[in-house]
Design a protein around this ligand. Structure first.
Ligand SMILES: [Zn+2]
Length: 298
């Protein structure tokens, strides 16, 4: 069923079995870090549930064809890539549509990507539908950090865990689907099992190996030199979250040499939080560098 999607064999098997035995839950939560195929698998799963062919998804029945053309009326996808949050109005609109019966099918499917972006109010407006869904409804919540979801939401869903991809799997996807060549082990290391990370890092190996040098040797660098490296390392604002994640991978590996790296990890996480809240970029980065330098050398 998921022939063209690599990794997560166990999760795929569970979903395939539920289609084959027609035991579909009303609500699922797909949990795992970004860039490992949750959204792709959710769409394929939805297509298979709605498929009228023998081998599901057959890609030739009317439902599959409509699905592939993004105009199957029995599936609705909320994918607010550009937005910082998923607002109540969006969920209320969706809830209204849940109570309209499917057209020429026995199921109607809703996928909410990055559902951790739902505001508390938005989550609350979904709750009642999750508690008492119409019998044809299937709601799939995709989430990379389920700590941001209300327990009342989590407890209503069948949870499916997704794992990081292996280095080999990341390499194959980069080569086959994105045509990238010469994939260094360094990239695969930094990607930490995520295609999203791998794509962000690809072509920027130099910056990332410089970051590796600096933050592995934080106890050997003086603060002036560290601040002077700022422009080189942090100029690429678009990759800032990948950069910060990579710094934390380095710190995580250093904890056994010095417990202070635990605090550094927290400082990096706080920095990510500040950047999401639109703080002044340069000040936030200066602050980060000063704090972690002091933590290690102070
Ligand atoms: Zn089909």
């Amino acid at each position: 069923m998921f022939d063209n999607i690599l990794g997560n064999e166990e999760a795929k098997q569970v979903l395939e079995n539920s289609v084959n035995t027609e035991k579909i839950s009303h609500s699922y939560m797909f949990i795992g870090q970004e860039g490992i195929g949750k959204f792709m698998i959710a769409k394929e799963f939805a297509k298979a549930i709605l498929c009228n062919g023998r081998e599901k998804p057959c890609n030739i029945c009317e439902s599959c064809i409509k699905f592939n053309g993004s105009n199957n009326p029995n599936v609705e996808i909320i994918n607010e890539v550009e937005e910082k949050s998923i607002k109540t109005e969006k969920i209320k609109e969706m809830v209204k549509s849940v109570y309209e019966k499917p057209i020429g099918a026995s199921k109607k499917i809703y996928i909410i990507n990055d559902s951790q972006k739902m505001t508390k109010e938005a989550q609350n407006s979904l709750l009642k539908t999750l508690e008492e869904p119409p019998e044809y409804a299937v709601i799939i919540l995709i989430v990379n950090n389920d700590n941001l979801l209300l327990n009342t939401i989590k407890s209503r869903c069948t949870k499916i865990k997704f794992n990081k991809l292996t280095k080999k799997e990341v390499e194959i996807v980069l080569k086959q689907q994105y045509g990238h060549k010469d994939i260094s082990d360094n990239i695969l290391e930094i990607s930490d099992g995520s295609i999203t990370h791998a794509l962000a890092v690809y072509g920027k190996e130099e910056i990332f190996s410089e970051i590796g040098n600096i933050f592995t040797n934080l106890d050997k660098i003086n603060i002036i030199d560290l601040l002077n490296k700022k422009d080189l390392v942090f100029k690429d604002k678009e990759s800032i979250y990948e950069i910060l994640d990579y710094i934390n991978i380095i710190f995580f590996n250093k904890i056994k040499t010095n417990i202070k790296y635990t605090y550094c990890i927290r400082i990096v996480e706080e920095t990510k939080d500040r950047l999401t809240k639109n703080s002044n970029y340069d000040m936030t980065i200066d602050n980060l560098l000063l704090k972690i330098w002091e933590e290690i050398n102070g």
